[in-house]
Design a protein around this ligand. Structure first.
Ligand code: PEP
Ligand code: MN
Length: 263
């Protein structure tokens, strides 16, 4: 179902008036985790100033250590809903269990399925049974074929509103948190008709690589770029080393827009 062979036209995923996959390039910006209303509101104001409609923020955080901040749960989703209404933004948040998919429908505009759950087949099936766009991330060590099959799981249940997101894969290289597989973008666009985003934060794990990797993603034809922004990354409860602060985010967007105008 996701194959370009059977369906040559691009799928367009409509999110609050944005048409993802229509040839324009979109940005999904926001904190790693929802920590408070004030924290998300500060980022939402900055996101809005740059003409960006899609705001991210994790309420359920699948952390490597059980002792790390696990997210605010449904309280986090409620904060996102309030922000979406007040700032007229579309909000994206990760859901980690099938039981929370229904709940999420009332609060968020896009359900994210994270790298750690790319092959959580019950979650994929549950996501396939709702009428809500899904942002599906590539698994930590998933091949492109496995990634495409995960999207097929969702679509086979009836939901074709899927955005694929390359977020780096585990390799022997330790200079970056993961290895950004930039060639996955044109391959996914060739093999499927779905929009493809690139997450520059979780792929690199390095603030100094966000801009060059975002440029590479845009140049290679990604439909969107995701990155994390926090009002005060030093005190962030997760991913403190790679989130941009608001000044860095301003600079990032200025550079990225200048780059976009070049081609
Ligand atoms: C995230 O986007 O918040 C996240 C945890 O990313 P990933 O699933 O790609 O690690
Ligand atoms: Mn993060």
């Amino acid at each position: 179902l996701v194959s370009r062979k059977k369906h040559p036209e691009n799928t367009i995923v409509e999110i609050k008036g944005e048409r993802i996959g229509d040839g324009s390039q979109y940005f999904v910006m926001g904190p790693c985790a929802v920590e408070s209303y004030e924290q998300v509101a500060a980022v939402a104001a900055a996101v809005k100033k740059h003409g960006i409609k899609l705001l991210r923020g994790g309420a359920y955080k699948p952390r490597t250590s059980p002792y790390d901040f696990q997210g605010l749960g449904v309280e986090g989703l409620k904060i996102l809903k309030r922000i979406a209404d007040e700032f007229d933004l579309a909000v994206i948040s990760e859901i980690v269990t099938p039981a929370d998919i229904e709940t999420a429908l009332d609060y968020i505009d896009v359900i994210q399925i994270g790298a750690r759950n790319m092959q959580n087949f019950e979650l994929l099936k549950a996501a396939g049974q709702v009428n809500k766009p899904i942002l599906l991330k590539r698994g930590l060590a998933a091949t492109i074929e496995e990634f495409i099959n995960a999207a097929e799981y969702i679509m086979s249940q009836g939901n074709g509103q899927i955005i694929l997101c390359e977020r780096g894969i585990r390799t022997y290289e330790r200079a970056t948190r993961n290895t950004l597989d930039i060639s996955a973008v044109p391959i996914l666009k060739k093999e499927t008709h779905l929009p493809v985003f690139v997450d520059v934060t979780h792929s690199t794990g390095r603030r100094d690589l966000l801009l060059p990797c975002a440029k590479a993603a845009l140049a290679i034809g990604a439909d969107g770029v995701m990155a994390e922004v926090h009002p005060d990354p030093a005190v962030a409860l997760s991913d403190s080393a790679q989130q941009m602060d608001l000044a860095q985010f301003d600079e990032f967007m200025r550079e990225v827009r200048a780059f976009q105008r070049q081609f």
